[in-house]
Design a protein around this ligand. Sequence first.
Ligand SMILES: [Zn+2]
Length: 371
Amino acid sequence: MQLRVQLLQYNLGCPTQAAFAWVVSVTVTRNAFSFAPTAVSFPLHKLKFQYKLPSNPIASTLLQKQRRRFLDDQVMRHRIHFALILLLVGTVPFTVAKGVTAFRSVTWTPQELQSGSVCLFAVQLEGSPAKLSAKWMGRDVSFFQGRDGHEWYGLAGVDVEALPGVYPLYVVATMPDGEVIHLSRDVQVGPSNYKTVSLRVPDRFVKPDAAALRRIEADKQAKDIAFSHQIPTPEWSGDFRAPIGSVVSDSFGTRRVFNGKLVSVHRGLDFRAKPGSPVLAANSGEVVLARKLFYEGNCVIIDHGEGFMTLYMHLSRFKVAEGQKVTKGQEIGLSGATGRATGPHLHMGVRWEGAYLDPASLLSLTLGNLP
Ligand SMILES: [Zn+2]
């Protein structure tokens, strides 16, 4: 994409100079930003601008450098008032609020997001911050530092019920000297098309009686405790693997009508599984819940660190206990049809900071040798 950007500079009250303007052409790609002058109506010998840029700086840093050059220039010291009009229409609106240290790039995988998508943010900076954090869609994104020290990664995702739109990612980096720099980057979430399906389950799951309601409330408390568990660093390593080697139904996000009445959103992925099939941990972590629940049946929840959890439901047997550390591929239980299940299958859920994400999106994400 090629954009033409006009930068206007006014020189008011300087006896030797009239107002001037220059035009530069700006080339913007998803991650790169460069520009070159096409017209300058000002004595060039007075202003030694450097327009040749490294391939990957951020717009605002450059503007700040130029601004400093202007202010340092003797000719321009006379009450220069200037206005910069930077029109960038497209995919890369950057703003750096403060600081000399700059963000080099913010990228994410996959680039196309929709509700339920799991995504890996990667942030590159000049220098090594002591701390990097971000806020996105009302949630805190935890970042860990890559091996080279300049790149930081955060595993996040879009809730199954999120609406399409543009959601800015606000990144804050605290440098070792205490300097705090900010960056905001718009992230597009596209539309998704989820089906509505009708299902039949025993009536007690649609109209729970008083005893069942008490169980559901107790379950909620147990789950809230499990979900509040915190591990500050990633326990996972590399790609997440499927918990069972069977066919996956296309069921994430479907709006489900149980027995013609109850409508709920399916917040996970169903794997077909004969009862008694081994269920494996999708990645390493700590078991924060392993107990029988009313709707979920025998349920295991693994905390993989930094707010990222996987859930396994309707098991016939447990092979792990709460508090236990597990490694990727370890058997955590056997599949079954306990709880609100229409038949034997494994329901896998992915939860991040209260959002429910598409397990298929997590399983297809390449995490290489991270963290
Ligand atoms: Zn399910």
